[in-house]
Design a protein around this ligand. Structure first.
Ligand code: NAI
Length: 349
């Protein structure tokens, strides 16, 4: 296969395929941009339909990490690791040890951490083989992500409705996992009226009991009469089926790849719905990981999180000035920042 002709290939600088027959590890690491600082991105594990699907995933995700990084004011090139196939329990430790050794092959030029399909225990196993894996640090990534989404909701409301206050605003939170549950708590503390849903009835029931929030059926959450719809579960939730039913004027959440297709960003704009591009709204997780990698203190994280609102406002203003959907304006801005960062930052290695 000619990798350069792959539809998701975006001049990725390095794509490495790993196989460790002893443990059964099959993995791909893509470094989208290699600058002076390490390339950073999580490690994901899934039962992919095949190598093609895994390759598309790693190419897209590593590119997204570069965009997320530059828009958060960080200078990491984006990267990602995907492990092909979830192993049986008895092979899990050996597989993650092998993955740790694979990470060492980059000699610190690739730093990774937990993503979908991995547990914190898997990361601990990798750490027995490599020091290039980020852990919890001074703030858990999900906590920082929730704080960043809260900041993004305020900036979006300020732009769309003239005031970023949350008191009395109705916010529909989709997913009450690590990020969504914490976000719901933060919003309630700010005086918002939260309505939420989770396919896991226990998570939903716990949140109703602990936070006093309203719970609705998962298939109704996007269609709530609310000022804000906050997707914090799955991607592709803005699609042909959901679009016409969204009543909110702001969409801002943590889920990656919320737009099923780029045209759905344009459709939101046509309907007067302000979309906070996902890789800006959910950059808190990367900021927390960066703090761990660079031994930064909590005040550094807060400063970066507070920068997400102004970053979004810049994108919204640019989108209006150019008559573009916000997602496209963000991509263009990120593209410019990457072009600026690239040549001056290039590693000699
Ligand atoms: P999680 O796995 O802890 O929570 C996801 C929740 O969504 C689960 O409770 C699940 O039951 C629920 N869910 C799944 N399908 C649903 C549906 N159709 N309707 C309603 N609820 C549904 O994941 P986490 O960490 O909270 O992340 C949420 C999203 O944010 C994911 O898309 C993730 O990729 C993204 N994200 C997370 C970051 C982090 O630091 N944890 C950082 C950046 C992005």
């Amino acid at each position: 296969m000619n990798l350069r002709k792959h539809p998701d290939f975006d001049k990725h600088e390095e794509i490495t395929f790993f196989a460790d027959p002893a443990s059964g590890l099959k993995a791909i690491v893509a470094r989208h941009r290699i600058w002076n600082s390490p390339s950073v991105g999580g490690c994901r594990m899934r039962d992919y339909a095949g190598e093609d699907e895994a390759l598309a995933d790693v190419l897209r995700l590593s590119r997204g990490m570069t965009y997320k990084s530059v828009m958060a004011g960080l200078d990491y090139g984006g990267a990602k690791a995907v492990i092909l196939g979830v192993p049986p329990a008895e092979r899990r430790e050996a597989l993650f040890r092998a993955m740790g050794r694979a990470v060492n092959r980059f000699r610190g030029g690739f730093r990774t951490g937990v993503d979908v399909g991995l547990t914190p225990e898997d990361v601990e196993v990798m750490k027995t083989e490599t020091r290039f894996v980020a852990g919890i640090g001074v703030m858990a990534p999900a906590e920082a992500t929730a704080l960043g989404v809260q900041e993004s909701i305020k900036a979006s409301l300020a732009h769309r409705l003239g005031s970023g206050h949350l008191r009395g605003r109705r916010v529909a939170v989709q997913g009450l996992g690590k990020v969504g549950r914490r976000l719901a708590e933060l919003l309630v503390a700010d005086g918002a009226r939260v309505v939420a849903a989770d396919v896991d009835t226990k998570s939903a029931e716990d949140a109703r009991r602990d936070l006093g929030i309203e719970i609705v059926a998962p298939e109704l959450i996007h269609a709530q009469a609310a000022e804000v719809y906050s997707p914090c579960a799955l991607g592709a939730v803005i699609n042909d089926a959901s679009l016409g039913e969204i009543q909110a004027v702001v969409v801002a959440g943590s889920a990656n790849n919320q737009l099923a297709e780029a045209r759905h960003g344009a459709a939101l704009a046509e309907r007067g719905i302000l979309y906070a591009p996902d890789y800006i709204a959910n950059a808190g997780g990367l900021i927390a990981v960066a703090a761990d990698l660079e031994d930064k203190r909590e005040d550094w994280i807060w400063q970066k999180l507070r920068g997400l609102g102004p970053s979004l406002t810049r994108v919204f203003e640019r989108a209006e000035a150019l008559g573009l959907p916000t997602a496209e304006a963000a991509d263009r801005l990120a593209g410019e920042l990457i072009a600026e960062a690239g040549p001056g930052q290039r590693s000699a290695a």
